[in-house]
Design a protein around this ligand. Sequence first.
Ligand code: GLN
Length: 452
Amino acid sequence: ITAVELIQETFDRINETESAIDSFITLNEEKALAMAKAIDEKGITEENILAGIPIGIKDNIVTKDLLTTAASKMLYNFEPIYDATVMEKVYQSDMIAVGKLNMDEFAMGGSTENSYFKETKNAWDQTKVPGGSSGGSAAAVASGQIPLSLGSDTGGSIRQPAAFNGIVGMKPTYGRVSRFGLIAFGSSLDQIGPLTRSVKDNALALNAISGFDPKDSTSSGSSVPDFTANLGDDIKGMKIALPKEYLDKGVNAEVKDAVLKAADTFRSLGATVEEVSLPHSKHGVAVYYIIASSEASSNLQRFDGIRYGYRSENAATLEDVYVNTRSEGFGDEVKRRIMLGTFSLSAGYFDAYFKKAAQVRTLIREDFKKVFADYDLIIGPTTPTVAYGIGEKIDDPVTMYTSDILTIPVNLAGLPGMSIPCGFSNDLPVGLQLIGNHFAEDTMYKAAYSFE
Ligand code: GLN
């Protein structure tokens, strides 16, 4: 098959399924076909094994001359003049960006219902949410529209939609993948990562997008191994920890059963699985919503109606431009986060909220550090429940927030976290979360591959 044929088939498949799934905000058909033609002329070699592979991009990753909205009215017309570093890497690998994927506005949410543009549907049941915020990235891969996508994860936004759609999603170690050109939400938490149907595809994609970037001051210089190198190696003697807090009463019984079965599978493959404790993880949600919202309130100051994106038409003064642009351009959830963050950072409340949250964050980090002194890997559920109905939780932000309880601690600690499918509940996929030590994605891939 030529790259042109593959890309044509990809768009045929997208056109057939898009009315049911609604995963794309923008399609890039013309440029994608031109790129495919160029790749066919150049030829595909062993070294360039991802050449011609279609990839979908979450719409908060900036793409030169291609609409990038972050699913917000605020950026409804924004065509960036540069590419994110991950896009440069995608193009260096000769992958073909077929379009931009739907998400919660500015990545704030867990169901993709906060998008200004459309509601993406779960690939398994179109009455259910696809998860979020990378809901488009997950549903597009799970429904067979594309084999691979990029998402971003600040508190679970790659892992949770991967779990809800029964696919593989990796949030790499903080600093592993450049954030340059990722529209910032919580800068100390955000990471870009791949969503795929298989573990090997995921490892190949992470190979392509990882590495030090001088344009991201938090990017790590740590060397990038070939993440496919130990796929297929046995996991005999691997020490796996199962935190008891991850099987607490909030976790659905069938989800718990699926995870306990997964633990047995790892045992049968020669690993040991033992119960441990992460005592501070229960504070993760509270800490996260202060830190992430504080960082968001600062990062989102740039959307003022002056430099790019939406500008209110009904503004007589400069102050009106700011106030009306932001009132009209941001959705409710984004406004809620900006208010929460501005409050937590304000002079009178800083010590009680932001500073306290930062201190508890350190305790959460130390919990993990203690476990990783004795274990190679942590496992648990990715989410307390499987995908729920569209509209079911949208009016209840606190319930929505608490459903991130199992993914958030990983971002607070800067660790890599991944979700792989491990069974079904109510005919909907259950995700198994694997958490590794800093920069130990290779161990996670090895374990995930042996499980698959
Ligand atoms: N659901 C979480 C939130 O709303 C996580 C979002 C994310 O990881 N981008 O903040």
